[in-house]
Design a protein around this ligand. Structure first.
Ligand code: ADP
Ligand code: ZN
Length: 724
């Protein structure tokens, strides 16, 4: 039967292989064994019951907590040619009756409804007369009071289970700690150990934490990496949401607010615009995101510290569901902890305890100087000690040059000691720099031996150093008062038993977000074609009143703009193109691709490349272009790199271009001096890149009437791309 499942995977959904544990899970369901599935958001849970639903002769009931989510799933299935119905209060009576009819005559394969609808006596009676083969319970953590989203209706589901005793049951969730897992199984009366826990690592998410200094500026700087892409910014309070949304709008961003204080209609309008790609950014409180399946969310910003890892993980999980690389930035400040503590203190004593434990785990994640995936995955019970994911700020910082900062550490730590271990970093730094700030003078800290002993570094440098001392566990925050205290490890440093290695930024350097996402996809796809396809997708979606990603995901369009398929067969090779969709859209999409390829003399690309781990070869070694990029960024001139690696200048340039395309940035300043063109010619070439795009050199070459050599074009393209 698994062969049949595999055929459906390709013909209906357009995918070549099962991912994660899908195959085992489907096999288990087909063998009628109750199954609990724990998989991260975007892990591919839906197919685990959708494919069996197409194999079972009877109906599959899917219980889902939110109407929006049902609608979304239904639309996606209908697009793929699967007869799917929903029952909820939002339907008109004729729609409702038509759906009931489809259930009665067994033409519907799947039925989506909320638990309270399912448990209504008339619905139960209707379903009792139908053949039910599978009961799927989505967001199953809602069953547990230990989860973060308990819904009492879910507790009643055991009744439904009893009345459809022949149906196999599958419960699915993304966020479940071991405690919640047990709860789900017990509540639903699962026997045996049919539990499938997929890896929680969402490898395509770049994770970054930055101290919150000037959050608005940090946000806009981060947003500059995403020109047309969608993302969500989470804030803790409604007021913050309104303020930030307004401020971003004034800066010209396409943005809408979302929180429980808005009217129902306003909320659903804003959410709808986001889903339909009509607005690019949503600023929201935690209320936003559950129940939307939008697969092309490219970034998540946490403007405030989330309350716990579970929530944080769920929120970042809304990015990159289509598997394309996406970025997550968390801005963190100590005052956020106070706000959260205030919230926590309002809770009942038992809940308060749980909330405090959760917050502590969150802080561990924020403070770690190791790979961010270690605390994250450990939280979900996944043991990992891997130290280099290459997709978090700490892993990238590791790769940078580390130097001995023991002396700075000793100065800083002794200043912490002499001021009585009561003050925060700002004050300590003031003392080290010999500031005449009122607070310094009031406490007579200008008389300390550590006053003014740190003037060799700027304030920025000290701030960055002090963060490292905290991250390295030399200091810790007094949870009560927020001041810095020394740890036993600090004394090892004093006694010269331990050296401190870290990073020293330049005096004026502000921390740039580590992640430059521009073009950071595994495929070097054709941006122009992608845009053309994207526009067409939007047109079709608006016509059909469905979200664009329901037609094709971004990933599917990216593959089209990489492989340039020109026949039905090659189109079917693209991820996410099943038979029904191919039939429906091949004329339009193939037409656009063929026309584009003709105009630009592009041939169909053979083969079906699988994305590789960024920056690494199969054996795990760093790729050449990464090494060259790092050498260049470490200050080596292009001339020196040529000599060191024994390669031509053009090879260095193409390595650097590739490095940029992997999402890294380079210093572009030295590049222009290598150009032999006069300034006005350079400007014309750069203008052409601006209007024609940098992907293909040929159009620019033609625009220059062939008067500029390809070597020059390579150089200026690198400059142009690196500037943006
Ligand atoms: P979840 O419900 O776990 O959050 P989904 O079922 O929505 O995840 O799947 C996430 C994304 O992965 C969707 O865009 C889906 O089309 C895609 N996907 C699922 N299974 C596969 C597969 N076998 N191959 C390729 N893509 C898949
Ligand atoms: Zn990492």
């Amino acid at each position: 039967m698994i062969n049949q499942a595999r055929k459906i995977l390709k013909s209906v959904f357009g995918y070549d292989d099962f991912i994660s544990l899908q195959a085992q899970i489907i096999e288990n369901i087909l063998a009628q064994r109750d199954t609990l599935v724990i998989m991260p958001t975007g892990g591919g849970k839906s197919l685990c019951y959708q494919i069996p639903a197409l194999i079972f002769p009877g109906l599959t009931i899917v219980v889902s907590p939110l109407i929006a989510l049902m609608k979304d799933q239904q639309e996606q299935l209908i697009q793929a040619g699967v007869n799917t119905v929903v029952l909820n209060s939002a339907l008109s009576s004729s729609e409702y009756n038509a759906n009931i009819q489809k259930i009665k005559n067994n033409s519907a394969r799947l039925l989506y409804l909320a638990p309270e609808t399912l448990l209504k006596p008339n619905i139960m009676a209707l379903l009792a007369s139908a053949r039910i083969d599978c009961l799927a319970i989505d967001e199953a953590h809602c069953i547990s009071a230990w989860g973060h989203d308990f819904r009492p209706e879910y507790r009643q589901l055991v009744k439904a289970r009893a009345s459809f005793s022949k149906a196999v049951c599958i419960a699915l969730t993304a966020t479940a700690t071991p405690r919640v897992r047990e709860d789900i199984k017990t509540s639903l009366g699962f026997k045996g150990a049919n539990e499938f826990v997929a890896g929680f690592d969402r490898k395509n998410l770049f994770i970054e934490v930055e101290p919150k200094e000037n959050p608005f500026e940090q946000t806009t700087r981060f947003l500059a990496n995403f020109s047309d892409d969608a993302g969500i910014i989470y804030c803790l309070t409604r007021r913050q949401v309104d303020d930030l949304a307004l401020a971003l709008k004034e800066e010209g961003f396409s943005v809408c607010p979302y929180h429980a204080g808005l009217s129902e209609s306003e909320r659903s309008r804003n959410q709808d615009m986001f889903i339909k790609d009509d607005v690019r950014i949503i600023v929201a409180t935690v209320a936003f995101g559950m129940g939307i399946d939008k697969s092309n969310v490219r970034f998540i910003i946490h403007y405030d510290l989330p309350m716990n890892i579970e929530r944080y993980y769920q929120e970042i999980g809304r990015a990159g569901r289509d598997g394309v690389k996406s970025a997550c930035l968390l801005l963190f400040s100590y005052s956020d902890i106070h706000t959260l503590k205030y919230f926590i203190n309002q809770k009942k004593p038992e809940e308060k305890k749980i909330a405090e434990i959760h917050l502590k785990a969150m802080l561990n994640f924020v403070h770690t100087d190791k790979c961010r995936r270690i605390p994250l995955l450990n939280y979900f019970g996944e043991k990992t000690t891997r130290t280099e994911c290459g997709m978090c700020d700490n892993c990238l910082a590791e790769a940078e040059n580390q130097q001995d900062i023991s002396l700075a550490a000793k100065k800083f730590l002794s200043c912490v000691k002499r001021t009585g271990e009561r003050f925060g970093a700002v004050h300590i730094i003031d003392v080290l720099l010999g500031s005449k700030a009122k607070k310094v003078l009031n406490f007579r800290h200008n008389r300390l031996s550590t006053y003014g002993i740190g003037t060799e570094y700027s304030k920025k440098q000290w701030q960055q150093l002090s963060r490292q001392f905290l991250n390295k566990g030399l200091t810790e925050h007094d949870m009560e008062f927020g001041g810095l205290k020394l740890t036993p490890k600090a004394w090892e440093v004093f006694k010269d038993k331990e050296k401190v290695f870290g990073r020293l930024i330049k005096a004026s350097e502000a921390k740039e977000p580590t992640y430059k996402l521009r073009k950071k996809t595994t495929y070097d796809f054709d941006r122009h074609l992608f845009e053309i396809l994207r526009q067409k997708r939007k047109e079709i979606a608006d016509n059909d009143s469905v979200p664009p990603y329901v037609i094709f995901s971004d990933k599917t369009l990216i593959e089209m703009a990489y492989f340039f398929p020109q026949t039905r067969d090659t189109l079917l090779n693209i991820n996410g193109v099943g038979i029904v969709k191919a039939e429906k859209y091949e004329k339009i999409f193939l037409g656009l691709i063929i026309e584009y390829c003709k105009k630009n003399q592009i041939k169909e690309r053979a083969g079906h490349l699988k994305p590789k781990a960024a920056g690494r070869t199969e054996s795990g070694a760093k790729k050449r272009h990464i090494i060259v990029g790092e050498a260049y960024n470490a200050g080596k001139s292009i001339d020196l790199i040529k000599k060191n690696f024994n390669i031509k200048q053009s090879t260095v340039l193409s390595h650097l271009y590739k490095y940029l395309q992997d999402g890294y940035s380079i210093n572009t300043k030295p590049l222009l001096s290598l150009s032999k063109l006069p300034d006005d010619e350079q400007a014309r070439v750069l203008d052409s890149f601006q209007s024609l795009g940098p992907e293909l050199l040929r159009p620019v070459y033609d625009a220059m009437d062939g008067a500029v050599s390809y070597d020059e074009l390579h150089l200026l393209r690198l400059y142009y791309t690196g500037m943006k």
